[in-house]
Design a binder for this molecule. Structure first.
Ligand SMILES: N[C@@H](CCC(=O)N[C@@H](CS)C(=O)NCC(=O)O)C(=O)O
Length: 217
């Protein structure tokens, strides 16, 4: 199978697919595009105009959750739980994780302190809800790394970077999630899932958009 993942270097949804590919030790090609000025070919094949896309022998898949499930069904080891009820619950919490990523971006994009505090509170509320439903450790469902772990690692990686700019963010990270984050960020597939200068690219991208917390005044 010929796999080509269409990527934007700092996209957390792309990162989920990269982690999954690395867990599977599958060969793939990465094609980076500039999302601010996407090439014509990309707009022609991306139904929502979003990354990631996975080209499979020329066929196009879109949406990170669908891409990750396709990879999981196509290459061993299986990462999604086998039991339908548990798998359905994981799918729900993966979707919750997508929402958390959007809430995290709102924190980053806040233009002033008031907006930052408001968005931080919203993100904190969602993290608290996740925390109440996290009975795992070291990973979401215990000892085995699952697809849901690949879905949450990008959130925690960005959270660590942001904490370097605003230490007060640590206050909204519940301790059980902090332990989960630590485990995920130690994992090889996660560490190798981003470009070497990820932090610089992340800070520069959102800094240019006027991020209150990233731009040193
Ligand atoms: N629901 C999508 C979200 C993907 C997404 O929002 N990608 C962003 C980059 S991180 C994007 O391509 N944005 C371009 C746009 O919205 O025009 C998924 O899970 O794949």
């Amino acid at each position: 199978m010929n796999l080509e993942l269409v990527s934007f270097a700092i996209c957390p949804f792309v990162q989920r697919a990269v982690i999954t590919l690395k867990e599977k030790k599958t060969l793939y090609q990465l094609t980076y595009i500039d999302l601010e000025s996407p090439p014509v070919w990309f707009n022609e094949i991306s139904p929502f105009g979003k990354v990631p896309l996975l080209k499979v022998d020329g066929e196009v898949l879109f949406e990170s959750a669908i891409i990750c499930e396709f990879l999981d069904e196509s290459f061993p080891p299986a990462l999604h739980p086998q039991e339908p009820l548990i798998r359905a619950k994981h799918r729900g919490w993966i979707e919750f994780g997508s929402n958390l990523l959007f809430e995290q971006v709102k924190v980053v994009l806040a233009k002033d302190e008031d907006e930052y505090q408001m968005q931080k509170e919203a993100l904190g509320g969602s993290l608290a809800r996740l925390s109440d439903n996290f009975n795992g450790g070291p990973y979401f469902s215990g000892e085995r790394f699952a697809l849901i772990d690949a879905a949450y690692a990008p959130l925690f990686m960005r959270f660590e970077i942001l904490k370097g700019f605003r230490a007060d963010l640590a206050d909204i990270m519940p301790s059980n999630l902090a332990g989960w984050s630590e485990q995920l960020l130690l994992r090889q597939s996660v560490q190798e899932s981003v470009v070497d200068d990820f932090k610089e690219q992340f800070v520069s991208f959102f800094g240019a958009k006027g991020s209150h917390i990233l731009v040193q005044e």
